[in-house]
Design a protein around this ligand. Sequence first.
Ligand SMILES: Nc1nc2c(ncn2[C@@H]2O[C@H](COP(=O)(O)OP(=O)(O)OP(=O)(O)O)[C@@H](O)[C@H]2O)c(=O)[nH]1
Length: 252
Amino acid sequence: MSRKKTAKGKAATRSPSAGSPTGRGTGKAARSSPSIVQMNGVVHPSRPPVSSSSEFYDISFKVMLVGDSGVGKTCLLVRFKDGAFLAGSFISTVGIDFRNKVLNIDGVKVKLQIWDTAGQERFRSVTHAYYRDAHALLLLYDVTNKTSFDNIQAWLTEIHEYAQQDVVLMLLGNKADATRERVVKREDGERLAKEFGVPFMETSARSGLNVELAFTAVAKELKHRSTKEPSEKFKLQEYVNKEMKSTSCCRS
Ligand SMILES: Nc1nc2c(ncn2[C@@H]2O[C@H](COP(=O)(O)OP(=O)(O)OP(=O)(O)O)[C@@H](O)[C@H]2O)c(=O)[nH]1
């Protein structure tokens, strides 16, 4: 089970700008087609997609996973990327790591470069450096861990201090499958999210509940913002409410 320690130990030594969120410096094609993949995320759907080293994409964004240690950030990312659940002993992330996934959003290929941060306090200064480049943040707590929920306010303060003002933010209550161990009610998550004006849903990396939806919703919001189609205002929470599956339908 050395899955995290080696990969993440290495990644921790990267500079914050390594692997730019918009594809700059991530591949040959991105460099040769700067008008297609730009820092402000302008899309040119009429042009052929550019390619990264692994997949074609039109536009690229950086998404960060944040929240207390053990809330399930790595598992959520692995579930989304590989469709698998990392069961077994918990190995804490060291520093930061990232993985890419390309989604087809309304005919536009959107690459998400997803940064998985270490939740432990001692890595906080490392993760602070990455906030400013993030286009979206998924802030997680663990529904079986009250402290992780109580810490959300502190995470939001940190986000306001270090992230871009217009960053796309979503609150996720993870481990929704763990019904017997649950200590944070869904309504409490909803109330907190409402208080801070952020979209919210419960997820489960174990069962897969709403995992794809969380990333797709963020990708849709980012794509809509970048194309600036005023007639097609995208409402993230409305989309999530429509698509969201409730906890009770998907227990593992
Ligand atoms: N039941 C359940 N367990 C989960 C879920 N997601 C993660 N876990 C478990 O929670 C533990 C921590 O998961 P990680 O994904 O490593 O947590 P993390 O947030 O990345 O932790 P750090 O790397 O320390 O920041 C592991 O034992 C996982 O198996 C989930 O959705 N349901």
